[in-house]
Design a protein around this ligand. Structure first.
Ligand code: ADP
Ligand code: MG
Length: 263
């Protein structure tokens, strides 16, 4: 009888050591028939017309769709920033409609990190203060928050800019600060809404590599709305949204990136 410590697993157990395909992992976010109607005066806009999707732990999911198709609305729903008109959203198996204001704030602060197209940094605060802010909301003691913020800023290559204000930085650097801020409370999921849309090609590529590194090193789940081919190629799955409906979901390996729709 070989010792359990030194032997390879018996063949029947070997499958337990196989990496899981994305859809075999637990869902971190689940949306079920989510609809959103915006009412502006007399006008109603059906921004989401029944979206059902699961986001699996550790995956990189890209959301594609023309402007106005409902990408940001879908983000706001799965990130618990807005309530759906109907349908359910579960984050870590919890139906978020059942949460009160305090619980929702806790969830937004701890479970999800947000990165926006226009960075959304607070202009009067330094990079350090911007990254410390979500930790303050989470009740983390200032000295500890400061240390973590410095380490996050270093990890995105901005260790030499911690006391600068956003206006003193390039777009790419500001987006790096936003990435550092999104990770402040070590969320399981990062939602990035067109994070490279305002960046030049090279800076966009740096941002994509950075997000990919975070995914690999921290196991963060990433959901990103994007048209950026480079970003799509790094994804595990791609979801197409058209006029508020999910039109298609595919593994990146099954997608022909040379086809017309990507050029
Ligand atoms: P995308 O991010 O794909 O460009 P959005 O989710 O922002 O699309 O928008 C989907 C539709 O909903 C659009 O027609 C947009 O004009 C409308 N919309 C988005 N936000 C609002 C809002 N707060 N009030 C009214 N209409 C909105
Ligand atoms: Mg949008």
């Amino acid at each position: 009888m070989p010792s359990a410590r030194t032997s390879n697993p018996p063949p029947a157990l070997e499958q337990l050591f196989q990496p899981l395909r994305a859809e075999e992992r637990p869902a971190v976010i689940r949306a079920v028939d989510v609809r959103k109607v915006y009412t502006t005066g007399e006008q109603q806009t059906h921004a989401l017309r029944g979206a059902t999707l699961s986001v699996f732990r550790g995956e990189y999911l890209s959301i594609m769709g023309p402007s106005g198709s409902g990408k940001s609305t879908l983000f706001n729903m799965i990130g618990a920033l807005q309530k759906p008109t109907s349908g359910k959203v579960y984050i870590d198996q919890v139906d978020i409609a059942q949460l009160d204001q305090n619980e929702l704030s806790w969830l937004r602060c701890r479970k999800v990190g947000y990165i926006f197209q226009t960075y959304n940094l607070i202009q009067v605060m330094t990079c350090l203060e911007n990254v410390m802010l979500p930790m303050g909301f989470a009740g983390i003691e200032a000295e500890q928050a400061r240390e973590k913020a410095i380490s996050l800023l270093k990890s995105v290559g901005l260790g030499h800019r911690i006391l600068h204000k956003p206006a003193e930085l390039s777009g790419g650097q500001q987006q790096r600060v936003a990435i550092a801020r999104s990770l402040a409370n070590s969320p399981g999921v990062v939602l990035a809404d067109e994070p490279t849309a305002n960046l030049d090609q090279r800076t966009g590529q740096e941002m994509i590599d950075l997000l990919d590194d975070l995914k690999q090193s921290l196991g963060v789940t990433i959901v990103s709305a994007t048209h950026d081919l480079k970003m799509l190629k790094k994804s595990d799955r791609i979801l197409w949204i058209e006029d508020g409906r999910i039109a298609r979901v595919a593994h990146a390996g099954e997608v022909d990136f040379d086809s017309q729709e990507f050029h």
